[in-house]
Write a protein that binds this ligand. Structure first.
Ligand code: DGL
Length: 270
């Protein structure tokens, strides 16, 4: 009864951690496409091709349901995958919707017309490809009116994390937050719209100040997945074992994963 979790690299481990806490009885198979990270500077076609290849690998590992624990893949590839590629007996879910439902105070499946919500000014931090897709603004517009979104493409942060360079990642986060605050001095909320960014959540919160509510995806995605599996238990796949797979060098990926997640993680090459 395994479920797959896919990301371009290490970021999806933040989601995996929350999933494992919420659903300890489910074996999750993680696949990081570290050989091709970062996705955030690639074209939509490229992201689509790489994401389909990763998802297929997880289907082969006995996972009928795959969580795209990657905003860039969710923004640039998921709609096209759902419309043209995913067979009826498989499911691929993204990470955007649970976040936007939380921001707009909606329950799952509430398709009522967009309405005013409490939050009016939102800072979005994401990869250049996610920002360029405007997928976040599109999903938000289905649910809320009158929300001002200022987006900051955070070039370099994913590369620094993948390279294990926490000092550079921290410096880049601070400069991206400063750049955004120059354009929107008082956001009420901030969205960490890349699953790598929760690894730097305290740096974001400190740079934004204590009055800004930071929305981070892992817990929200874990609770949405729990709800989904209660409604659709048939998508618990045939796989039985927990596994950590990478397209990159397993030793170096394992070392960086251990560094950022503060626990020992070993990867296998796919
Ligand atoms: N964790 C991915 C995301 O959520 C990072 C994308 C990248 O590789 O640039 O967007």
């Amino acid at each position: 009864m395994a479920v797959g979790v896919f990301d371009s690299g290490l970021g999806g481990l933040t989601v995996l951690d929350a999933l494992e806490k919420r659903l300890p009885q489910v074996p999750f198979v993680y696949l990081g496409d570290n050989a091709h990270a970062p996705y955030g500077v690639r074209t939509a076609d490229d992201i689509y091709r790489l994401t389909c290849a990763g998802v297929e690998r997880l289907w082969d590992a006995g996972c009928d349901l795959v969580i795209l624990a990657c905003n860039t893949a969710s923004a640039a590839a998921l709609k096209r995958m759902q419309e043209t590629w995913i067979p009826k007996d498989k499911r691929v879910l993204g990470v955007f919707v649970p976040l936007i439902e939380a921001l707009t105070e909606r329950q799952w499946g509430d398709n009522s017309p967009p309405r005013e919500v409490a939050v009016k000014t939102v800072a979005l931090f994401a990869t250049p490809a996610t920002v360029a897709s405007r997928a976040f603004q599109r999903e938000l517009a289905f649910r809320a009116v009158g929300v001002d979104v200022e987006a900051q493409p955070c070039g370099g942060v994913v590369d620094a994390i993948e390279a294990g360079d926490e000092i550079l990642a921290e410096a880049l986060v601070k400069s991206h937050v400063e750049a955004l605050l120059r354009r929107m001095p008082r956001p009420e909320a901030a969205i960490l719209g890349c699953t790598h960014y929760p690894l730097m959540e305290t740096v974001f919160q400190k740079a934004l100040g204590p009055d800004v509510k930071v929305y981070s995806q892992p817990r929200l995605v874990a609770s949405a997945t729990d709800d989904y599996l209660k409604r659709r238990p048939e998508f618990l796949g045939a796989g039985t074992a927990r596994d950590y797979l990478t397209t990159g060098d397993p030793d170096s990926v394992g070392a960086h994963a251990t560094q950022f997640m503060r626990r020992g993680i070993r990867f296998r090459a796919v």
